[in-house]
Design a protein around this ligand. Structure first.
Ligand code: C2E
Ligand code: CA
Ligand code: CA
Ligand code: CA
Length: 276
C-alpha cells in the first residue's frame, strides 16, 4: 500500500511539473496566436425574457492551436494575465466586436449591444480606458452599445487606481457589468460607488434555482433597489427559464437558448428574430 501511495504522489508530482511546463509553452505559443490567425471570437446571444427577443450577446474568445487543438479560455486567460498579454488580447477581441457591430448596423440592426470581458489585471493598466475609447471612435460605435464585464472577484480586489479607471470607463459611456455575481463578496458600497449597469447572476445560482430560489430572489431584490438590469447566466432548462420569467429577471443567456455562435450564425439568428 505504501508503494502505491508512493506511486500516487510521484504521479501527482509529474502532473504538476507537466502542467507548469505546459503553461510556459502555451505562454510562448500565445505570442503568435493572434498574428497567426489562430484566434477567433464567438457570440453568445442574450435574450430579453419578457419579449423573447435577442437584445445582445457576450463576446467570447477562442484559440485553436495547430497541434494542441482548442485551448479553453479558462486555461489560457490566466496565463495571459500573468504574462502581461491580456490587454492586447482583450483589445483585439474588442476590435472584432466593433467590426461585428459595424456590420450589423450596415445591415439595418442598430439596437443590438455586445459585452466584452475585461480582466482585473488590465483594469490596473492606465492605458486601458483610453485604448477602449479610441477603438470605439475608430469604428464610430456609440459607447452605450458596449458593456464591459468585470468579474465580482476582480471588483473586490480592485485598488483605488483601478476604481478610478472603472469610473473613467463609465464616463466614456460604456456600460459596466458585474460578472459571475454571487461568487465573490461585493460590499454594497461597490454597487453604488462604481455605478454599475448590469448584474450577471453566476451559473452556480441558476443551477440551484429550483432547490434554492431564495438566493436568486434576494439578488433580484438587490438589483431592483440599485436599478440594475439583471442577466441570468448558464440557463440550461426550461424550468429555470420559466422561474426567471415569473421572478421578473430581465435577461437570460445559456445553452437552452443558444450556445456561443459564429458571427454569421449570430446574424442569421438576428434576422430570424426580426420575424418572430
Ligand atoms: P464567463 O465570462 O463567465 O463566460 C461564460 C462561460 O460560460 C463561457 O465559457 C460560456 O461558453 C459558458 N456558458 C454559457 N452558457 C452556458 C450554459 O448554459 N452552461 C454551461 N455549462 N456553460 C455555459 P468560455 O467561453 O469557455 O469562457 C470561460 C471564461 O473565460 C469566461 O467566463 C471568461 O472569464 C473567460 N473569457 C472568455 N473570453 C474572454 C475574453 O475575451 N477576455 C477575457 N478577459 N476573458 C475571457
Ligand atoms: Ca463574462
Ligand atoms: Ca460569467
Ligand atoms: Ca466565469
Amino acid at each position: 500500500a505504501s508503494r502505491y501511495q508512493g506511486n500516487h504522489w510521484l504521479q501527482l508530482d509529474n502532473t504538476m511539473v507537466q502542467h507548469i511546463r505546459e503553461d510556459k509553452w502555451l505562454e510562448s505559443e500565445l505570442r503568435d496566436a493572434i498574428a497567426g490567425q489562430q484566434c477567433f471570437v464567438v457570440y453568445q446571444p442574450q435574450y430579453d425574457i419578457h419579449s423573447g427577443h435577442i437584445v445582445g450577446a457576450e463576446v467570447l474568445l477562442r484559440w485553436r492551436h495547430p497541434s494542441y487543438g482548442m485551448v479553453p479560455p479558462d486555461r489560457f486567460i490566466p496565463i495571459a494575465e500573468v504574462s502581461g498579454q491580456i490587454m492586447e488580447i482583450d483589445l483585439w477581441v474588442l476590435e472584432q466586436a466593433c467590426r461585428c457591430l459595424d456590420k450589423l448596423t450596415t445591415r439595418g440592426i442598430a439596437d443590438f449591444r455586445l459585452a466584452v470581458n475585461a480582466s482585473g489585471t488590465e483594469l490596473s493598466n492606465p492605458a486601458y480606458p483610453e485604448a477602449v475609447q479610441s477603438m470605439l471612435q475608430r469604428y464610430k460605435i456609440p459607447p452605450h452599445r458596449f458593456g464591459i464585464e468585470i468579474t465580482e472577484t476582480a471588483i473586490v480586489e480592485l485598488d483605488e487606481v483601478a476604481r478610478v479607471m472603472v469610473r473613467t470607463l463609465k464616463e466614456i459611456g460604456v456600460e459596466i457589468e458585474l460578472d459571475d455575481f454571487g461568487t465573490g463578496y461585493t460590499s454594497l458600497s461597490h454597487l453604488t460607488n462604481l455605478q454599475l449597469d448590469v448584474l450577471k447572476i453566476d451559473r452556480s445560482y441558476i443551477m440551484q434555482l429550483e432547490s434554492n430560489p431564495k438566493l436568486v430572489d434576494s439578488i433580484l431584490q438587490l438589483a431592483d433597489a440599485f436599478s440594475l438590469r439583471v442577466i441570468a447566466e448558464g440557463v440550461e432548462t426550461i424550468e429555470q427559464l420559466k422561474l426567471l420569467q415569473q421572478k421578473r429577471c430581465h435577461m437570460a443567456q445559456g445553452y437552452l437558448l443558444s450556445k456561443p455562435v459564429t458571427e454569421e450564425e449570430l446574424i442569421a439568428l438576428l434576422f430570424a428574430d426580426c420575424l418572430a
